[in-house]
Design a protein around this ligand. Structure first.
Ligand code: FCA
Length: 317
């Protein structure tokens, strides 16, 4: 009887949920696209769910259990819901892996028992900061005349680490710390970044040039649009984002360059396909995913974007 149980299980159709916090963001669309590829390849059913609030997320997890799913991959709308999500998955007998945003406990510490794949946030932030510093130097700007819009989202650890990495890289490259203006955004989208950046620009009318960085491409696009509104165009603005999905690609496709100078391209393929593969293997073979997988990124500008995407295996749309 006991020996038969795993075989009986293996014969059940596999169903895996993929829950994302912001389905309208191209990054998450790409993750879903690559998760779909894993589903086709392995022959399981993928259930894509938009979970923009804690409530939606909790009911989606129950719903997956009711549909006889065996597990899910999740990027939660709020990492502080960690203990609640862990309890819910356990009660519903669902395996869970997190992607992008790592769950934290009541004390704000990462919940290490839940497998996680995220970007190597601090290093990727540093790549953005170093890229901006190199371009400031290439243009021959005097750093004392340059203001920096640091679009922050401190409640999310991966966001904190990304912008901290960029700030550290810039200051190590000689950028004056006093010229960095924090622009806290209320949500991780372009509109919130635009509003935050406008406040930063109003506060500091003395600068001749601007630079901007943030947790993703949307944050930097918001800052670039705000700077444009004040007359700081491509010649006087250097923004480098993180992600490299359609938000960035569409910007590079515009006939005239904008202040969105570059992006550190990360891998939605690994975050979507590999997480789904790992979940599938866990369900079918009982092999748990590694506790932590950190992925890397590559800096690209409008000139190098095609080549970099090719090098990262992202061009086979
Ligand atoms: C977070 C951000 C997304 C993306 C992802 C890898 O979830 O909100 O934009 O950068 O990390």
């Amino acid at each position: 009887m006991i020996a038969q149980a795993p075989f009986a299980k293996a014969a059940e159709p596999v169903k895996i949920g993929f829950l994302v916090k912001q389905p309208e963001e191209p990054w998450f669309q790409d993750e879903w696209k690559f998760a779909e590829m894993a589903a086709k390849k392995n022959g399981f059913t993928l259930v894509k769910i938009a979970a923009p609030s804690g409530e939606k997320m909790m009911s989606a997890i129950d719903n997956l259990a009711a549909q006889q799913a065996q597990g899910f991959v999740i990027c939660t709308p709020d990492v502080k819901l960690g203990p609640g999500i862990v309890a819910k998955a356990k009660a519903d007998h669902l395996k869970m892996m997190t992607v992008d945003d790592r769950l934290v406990d009541g004390a704000g510490k990462p919940i290490e028992s839940v497998p996680y794949m995220g970007i190597s946030a601090y290093n990727i932030g540093k790549q953005a900061g170093d890229g901006i510093a190199a371009e400031i130097k290439r243009r021959g700007w005097d750093m004392k005349d340059v203001g920096a819009i640091d679009v922050t989202y401190e409640q999310l650890p991966t966001a904190h680490d990304r912008t901290a990495g960029a700030t550290d890289a810039l200051t190590a490259d000689g950028f004056p710390r006093g010229n960095i203006i924090q622009a806290p955004q209320s949500k991780t989208d372009a509109e919130s970044a635009f509003n935050a950046a406008n406040i930063a620009l109003t506060k500091s009318p003395q600068f001749k040039h601007w630079i901007a960085y943030g947790l993703n491409d949307e944050a930097v696009l918001g800052a670039v649009r705000a700077a444009e509104g004040r007359g700081f165009k491509a010649d006087n603005m250097i923004g480098i984002g993180i992600g490299g999905s359609d938000s960035a690609l569409n910007e590079f496709k515009k006939p005239t360059p904008t202040g969105f100078y570059g992006t550190v391209i990360t891998s939605p393929k690994r975050h979507g396909e590999e997480t789904s593969d790992l979940m599938y293997t866990w369900i079918t073979q009982g092999k748990e995913p590694p506790k932590v997988t950190l992925t890397t990124g590559m800096l690209a500008t409008r000139d190098s974007v095609s080549l970099v995407r090719q090098q990262m295996g992202l061009t086979s749309n």
